[in-house]
Design a protein around this ligand. Structure first.
Ligand code: GLN
Length: 474
């Protein structure tokens, strides 16, 4: 058992000698082994236990970084120097990263302990973590269910108590949806808040790295460390980073919460709706003004998302050609065959589907009809949000229309799978931040999450509402 609820409690226990960090790390390594059936980790770094003593000394002498003592798992799409970086793909099965991603540099600098790399959908494409070369991840809440995706391993690792916190990535919901399915907190920052340097690109204008945690204070501390300008990422923002970890419950800054009517239509599971209605009543009681709003272009989000992200991915994944690095087919007698065979054998089904779709929407005859039009719709979706945020400080929606589904249930129908992200992709289209907060359970005891969206660079509102809601539960 972990004898603490969050990082500051953990530090207290270490300082007063009740908890040994070394034993704590060994405990996690042992848990990872005993819950191996979850398949949450692609790689475990057992030697990280060697760092524990050193960091414990720093904690006791008052020289430790902000994350000292935190045990962190990293989605296997983020570079850690000299460690495997597979993106859960056969294409990169034997690839080791050459440098640290900026987020990894930051974690190391603040004395976080990196325990391993987590399983995910191949190149972060999926909503159930079933598209992994290493096999599906199970949901620790109910092992017959998916943990959500694509950051399913990172979410399962936190939910199952295999580490303190983890990093995921979110291109269309891959942090928020698995957080919701596993009953934990997950935050996707504003596009540009956290450097993407060292993140394997899926859809570059959508991708963001963000934290998972089982409590709101660890979530905000990790977010604070990850955020900030990075000259190695030209899309990273020069704006100052607020001290997210110091935000307590400043909900006085949040007056109005908008409820977009388009997000409560058909297909929303009854118990999810009920849990959200209950939360809305509570928030009203606590003095928030709840206002119905409209995001009129919501019906176009999934189509726009899949046109633009597949276009970007078809270009980003062109680098895996069997020649430069990654998987190389043995069956090739000329250059064209080498490309074709390596890519045919190295990529999984979903990745190939997206490359084909993306190549199609970018092709000369269809570019205007699909890609260019989708770019325009993206702008309209963004404008809907900008207009809404003139009236409200936060937008409240379900994270997912349903709770975790059975492993295998949606595998044969990609359209059904894509609908898992109906409430999450809009934030990536608009570049705004979003969070999923656990608020209850359905009749099968599966977790339900609520999503809050904020204006660009207003993560502080998300942190404040997360703190407020976690207080309500106490
Ligand atoms: N599930 C979405 C997709 O398959 C989102 C993925 C993500 O956010 N990485 O594209």
């Amino acid at each position: 058992m972990i004898p603490y609820a969050n990082h500051s409690e953990k530090i207290e226990l270490i300082k007063n000698g009740t908890l040994s960090l070394r034993e704590n790390v060994l405990y996690f390594i042992n848990e990872i082994k005993s819950q191996k059936d979850l398949n949450a980790f692609n790689f475990v770094f057992e030697d990280c236990v060697l760092e524990a003593e050193n960091i414990e000394e720093k904690i006791n002498s008052g020289t430790a970084g902000k994350l000292a003592g935190m045990v962190i798992a990293i989605k296997d799409v983020i570079s850690i120097k000299d460690k495997p970086l597979t993106c859960s793909s056969k294409m990169l099965e034997n690839f080791n990263a050459l440098y640290d991603a900026t987020v990894i540099e930051k974690i190391k600098k603040e004395d976080g302990i990196i325990i391993g790399k987590t399983n995910c959908d191949e190149f972060a494409m999926g909503s159930s973590n079933e598209n992994s070369f290493f096999g599906a991840v199970k949901n620790p809440v109910n092992r017959s269910k998916v943990p959500g995706g694509s950051s399913g391993g990172s979410a399962a690792a936190v939910a199952a108590g295999l580490c303190d916190v983890s990093l995921g990535t979110d291109t269309g919901g891959s942090i928020r949806q698995p957080a919701s399915f596993t009953g934990i907190y997950g935050l996707k920052p504003t596009y540009g808040r956290v450097s993407r340097y060292g993140l394997t690109a899926f859809a570059s204008s959508f991708d963001s790295i963000g934290p998972f945690a089982n409590n709101s204070s660890d979530l905000s501390l990790l977010l604070e460390v990850l955020s900030g300008h990075d000259e190695k990422d030209s899309t990273s923002s020069p704006l100052d980073v607020p001290k997210f970890s110091a935000i307590k419950n400043e909900t006085d800054k949040i007056k109005r919460i908008g409820i977009p009517k388009e997000y409560f239509g058909e297909g929303l599971q009854k118990e999810v709706r009920e849990a959200i209605d209950k939360l809305i009543s509570k928030l009203k009681e606590n003095g928030f003004e709840i206002k119905e709003i409209s995001l009129p272009n919501s019906e176009y989000t999934i189509a726009t998302y899949y046109i633009l992200t597949t276009a970007e991915t078809s270009s980003n994944l062109a680098r895996y050609d069997g020649a430069k690095y990654g998987y190389r087919s043995k069956e090739s007698n000329n250059l064209e065959n080498l490309y074709r065979n390596s890519r045919s054998e190295g990529f999984g089904k979903e990745v190939k589907r997206r490359i084909m779709l993306g190549t199609y929407v970018l092709s000369s005859g269809y570019y205007d009809a699909y890609y260019k039009k989708a770019q325009k719709v993206r702008r309209m979706i963004k404008n809907d949000f900008m207009k809404a945020f003139e009236e409200v400080d936060l937008i409240l929606t379900p994270t997912s229309p349903f709770t975790a589904f059975d492993i295998g249930a949606k595998l044969s129908d990609p359209m059904e799978m894509y609908l898992s992200d109906i409430y999450t992709t809009s934030a990536n289209l608009a570049g705004i931040p979003g969070i999923s907060i656990p608020i209850g359970f359905d009749e099968q005891d599966l977790p339900i999450g609520v999503q809050f969206l904020a204006n660009q660079f207003k993560e502080e509102n998300l942190v404040a509402i997360a703190n407020h809601i976690s207080e309500l539960k106490k």
